[in-house]
Design a protein around this ligand. Sequence first.
Ligand code: IPE
Ligand code: IPE
Ligand code: MG
Length: 237
Amino acid sequence: MDNIKIPKHLAIIMDGNGRWAKKRLLPRAMGHSAGAKNVETICEAAWNMGIKYLTVYAFSTENWKRSEDEVSTLMKLLKQYMDGCIEKSRKNNMRVRVIGDISKLSPEMQASIRRLEDYSKDFDGLQFTVALNYGGRDEIIRSVKKMAEKVKAGEIEADEITEEMLSEGLDTWELPDPDLLVRTSGELRISNFMLWQLAYTEFYFTDVYWPDFDEEELRKAVDYYGNRDRRYGGRNS
Ligand code: IPE
Ligand code: IPE
Ligand code: MG
């Protein structure tokens, strides 16, 4: 099927690292490192399929509630990932952005993020976004606060607030809304991911755990999207 419709922006809730490890009688941390390794595989596969934007949910505003031990393991892994991503961005001509409230992350992590974003800013291959300390509600609140400040300063009237203004205040202001959302590991919820941006997105859920979600699984999700759009292409009919 080579005329299948490809999503321009794919968003992924990478879930199931813990259960992947448990099934193999391994510590959860091993699941997280297997999950982190899988990200590059999917970045390359997505780009080869013709996907231009990929956004992945790596750490939510709610994930701080996990044990101190797991949070510190995840932060260490994410820092290593950000540092290693410089080389990957060069190799794949990939621009990397981070969304979420990074002001709550360690100064070292913030420095790694800035370095990576700055290093990759002119690469025009895959537009890859990592959601880190990201929550959809938190992101909307931060945008609303920016608008409230403008009202307070007399720059706009409350009445003049539009959907576009709210969108422009979100961390995703440079990105199109996702066309397809994938969640791995069998959970059927959004868990506070891109609440505003997913308004018209198609959803694909799979029982496969994130570390096992390979190119073949990605192809199934993309095929599902192509078929759905053909069957329910209301916008074109
Ligand atoms: C996803 O895997 C990774 C993060 C949320 C950081 P989980 O750690 O949620 O794995 P499960 O859901 O416990 O299997
Ligand atoms: C969502 O997964 C967050 C990320 C993938 C980063 P969780 O495993 O944290 O979500 P819940 O707790 O099952 O809703
Ligand atoms: Mg989970």
